[in-house]
Design a protein around this ligand. Sequence first.
Ligand code: ADP
Length: 290
Amino acid sequence: MKILGVGIATLDIINSVERYPEEDGEVRVLSQRRCRGGNATNTLTVLSQLGHACVWAGVLPQDSDAAFVEEMLRQQQVDLRHVHHLTSGKLPTSYITLSEESGSRTILHLRDLPGYRAEWFLEEVDPGEFQWIHFEGRDTDELEKMLLSLSAVEGLQVSVEIEKPRPGIEALFHLPQVLLFSRHYAQSTGHASAESLLKRVARQLGGQRPLLFCAWGDQGAWAFDRQGGLLHVPAVRIPRVVDTVAAGDVFNAAVIHALSQAATPLEALQQGCRLAGKSCGMVGVEDVVL
Ligand code: ADP
């Protein structure tokens, strides 16, 4: 399947520590790695490993960090022809603290780069070329223009990741075929469980709603199918949690892959939890499918 992913790439600087420090404290870093991150490019990297032809639409500055990211994506066979290079700005950088004690990852995100614009998408992307287009739910105005432009494209599946609350994003929930929510979004909008969020979104959208998914860390993930059934799959048990940084992005990739193969929502949840769980037991996402 040919898949376009629209969203960001970042540089991740990941420090592993024994336990998360107190404010104003000091702890020794056990190990450090520098890698490419960003939700859309993580998801594309995994989809590429699953055998899909992946294209990234996003923005990069012109610096050595961006060159590093491009090299990493090329190694994963991700096509970069819809990348826009800007002369100003800096590659978004995530400073991530990974606690070995809890497995949690705490992120400080530096962002000084404009986002991908709908006008580029409308001028340069031929949606008929793709079977699936996956968006990060970021700038709502830009996203709306892109989603509306796809409403009449036959045979195209569209998914949107809803990771964080964004002003007005709820008004776009009826446009894609698949919505992938995060626990962060659920909690930020007052929901203590995936079930509570998915039921409310389903109620608001009524009959013609997309398939709804919501991952919830070590409790696994939930989905709401089009018939109104709530589905749950527990997280897989892994001997040692090593790296949960991109678990949600791996989950999204596995769900998209499963649905593209005509899997049921329950099978998609199972595949999502299996691959995301596997990724938590290893470093990075570059070899998660091997
Ligand atoms: P993110 O915070 O990256 O958006 P989550 O933490 O919700 O994503 O995790 C996504 C998926 O990864 C979960 O649905 C689950 O299947 C898997 N997962 C996350 N943490 C663990 C864990 N500690 N053990 C096993 N699987 C996990």
